[in-house]
Design a protein around this ligand. Sequence first.
Ligand code: FRU
Length: 556
Amino acid sequence: MNTMKCFFLMTVLTALPLGGVCEAQTVTPQACEQSIVTPQTSGRYLWLPIEEKAPEGKVLVIADGKTLTEQNVRMAREQVDYYVALDLQPYLKKNGMKVCVQNVPTGSICFKKLVQNDDADYALKEEPFRPAYHHTPQRGWMNDPNGMFYLNGVWHLFYQYNPYGSMWGNMHWGHSTSTDLIHWQHEPVALAPDAWGTMFSGSCVVDKEGTAGFGKGAVVAMYTASRPTPFGGDVQAQCLAYSTDGGKTFTKYEGNPVLTAEDKDFRDPNMFWNEDIKAWNLILAVGQEMRIYSSPDLKTWKEESRFGAELGCHGGVWECPDLIQVPTENGKSSNGKSSWVLLCNINPGGPFGGSATQYFVGDFDGHTFTVDDASRYTNGKALWMDYGKDHYATVSWSNAPEGRKTVIAWMSNWEYANDVPTQQFRSANSIARDLFLYQVDKEFFLGSRPAKEYDGKGLDNTYKVKGATTITLTNAEGDTFIITYDQKAMTLTCDRTKCGDTSFSDKFPAVTVAPVHRKLTSIRVFIDNCSVEVFGNNGEVVLTNLVFPKSKLNQN
Ligand code: FRU
């Protein structure tokens, strides 16, 4: 093994090829273990060329003998698929700042040219599958929506984010804002990895009374810091960060972590204020159950109870919980007192394979969540919120206006999320939906109707239904997406097996089927460049599916 290092110094010039000098005799033919780049003192972004099939190397920013950031990056070796930005803004004024690239062979194409400039849109290409009105990151990878809250007319959406490539890794919290749930503004990264780990999913609350000591009206985030151990596996701990500028910037709490355990999968904290006990509650996914906690101040948490080990679907790990009081369609509650719904995302184990959102209807007294009717969840039975293949990690906005329970889901599935045919960005979120409960005989079901912000915007088509119905969405190339309502069988089905590119995963071509609990009178369809969302009776039954057609689908 050759332990000699290959150092070479590069002055980065905007849009000019870089001269790299490497002492050839010291280099192994395969690997240049370390290359050093000295950026200019101006120019916020250093553009890293990415090749998706390249293995991960490391990119570090070092100054004053400290590593300021360290990311896993698939630096291009033979071809450049797209560029991602290393945002140098926080480091530009640091003494002797250097960027260090490790584990990328000498002669790799990434070293031929590195561009540093202030142009956030540098080398951004139009992509056919970029949605027109669904939220996506501008570049890079996204999974779960995180920490959503509404404040002063603005919907804040944070999300699991890899700014350094379009595959999962380097988890940050990305941030976007919107005033209409249609147009999204990209904001700077909210939370970046630190010594406790990478930033996994979590939630935010508006602490109106300042109970946490961060000031009245502070926005407080709780997230899971996840860190691989040298012995294999990850350690996961719950941490706080707070914002005193309405969510623009966050400061991590110096007392972190606030909640630890020895359990392996211990994550995705979801906090809310509970007026009944005049305290905060927290629900956390731990393996295949939920843990419920309470706190006076968001910092010290007492375990109250555990839920779910014997109920619902257990085909995979339970993740991303939410516990919310949901209005019934006629204003009444499910048991005469209150109507609580526990959202439980599970992966794998979904009805059509991979990821999906199950739910439980019941009551919550601030200490214990009890289902109304356990027989609906025994022997592996589960209630599913959405019967498409691409609806995961659903959670609600905190502090939403008019008492609305507005949710959004990651529109993908862990079975193939890393392989879908987009490049500069990967994954979109569903449209936002307002939850409601509707009653059929004695049972309550969870419905999710498109948020009213989408009404009258020309984004959807509503088909009146009188009995069995087939709707074929198609395009000039003959791709088809078929929606079938079978009134006898009481099912609503979506078939994407002949809808453009399905080749990237054998798990992708799918026919998904939803049970219909009340006869349908309408089917509402939202089509975007890579998705079809189908709402029976405006949200009583929902199917969300990705599609990659040769051109955009139209109704037939
Ligand atoms: C769900 C999930 C979460 C975790 C996050 C990591 O998709 O696995 O449980 O916090 O993604 O990105």
